[in-house]
Ligand binder design. Structure first.
Ligand SMILES: [Zn+2]
Length: 197
């Protein structure tokens, strides 16, 4: 019995320490990671991507407020755009391959309340190879680009001339009727920074 009295408090304190460490570890983990979705430090969006042997230039415009669209965004958005370009250019015939995208907005400009633009997870593309999307409509390039976006595991919003689909946090896809996306593709990725739905 004396042994039990001596050992139990020690045992309890070890269990408490272990539980404390576990709690600290899991709370640290959850601030950086939520499932496979990470919150990382924003990075400058690149001025080009090398896709196989094709360089794809990103051209940046100013919004009405005079702010340029070359801004820091979430790294997941930068990676997602590269994956989308690889997939799209692999499918397009040589004459249609994407050589440049005109980025009209990242975090700049005025958007809907709680828009993904403000948190660096959304981008607006308004020209492909120098041609405005309002002229291209849902052509091969736009359709394949939007299909490649939709195939991504971390797609959030994919609104443009070919598709208008929102993917909720639980993976449910929802067709949405958003106006004003005939002249650009609005593309956003999933992030713990997004809103609730
Ligand atoms: Zn947008």
């Amino acid at each position: 019995m004396p042994y039990f009295i001596i050992v139990m408090p020690r045992f309890n304190s070890i269990v408490c320490s272990l539980l404390f460490c576990l709690a600290v570890f899991s709370s640290c983990k959850s601030t950086h990671k939520s499932g496979n979705i990470r919150v990382e430090k924003p990075q400058w969006i690149p001025t080009s991507y090398q896709i196989e042997n094709q360089r794809v230039e990103l051209i940046f415009g100013n919004t009405k407020d005079g702010v340029n669209s070359r801004q820091m965004v979430q790294p997941d958005l930068i990676k997602a755009l590269e994956i989308v370009l690889v997939k799209t250019n692999a499918k397009l015939p040589a004459k249609d391959k994407i050589k440049s995208l005109y980025i009209s907005s990242t975090t700049n400009g005025v958007h809907a309340d709680k828009s993904n633009h403000y948190i660096g997870t959304a981008i607006d593309i308004s020209r492909i190879n120098g041609v405005k999307l309002e002229v291209l409509g849902a052509n091969n390039q736009v359709t394949m680009l939007q299909n490649a976006m939709e195939d991504l595991k971390n797609v959030r919003e994919n609104y443009g001339p070919a598709l208008k689909i929102k993917t909720l946090k639980n993976g449910t896809k929802k067709a949405v009727s958003v106006s004003g996306h005939q002249d650009h593709i609005h593309f956003a990725v999933q992030s713990p920074l997004n809103g609730d739905l």
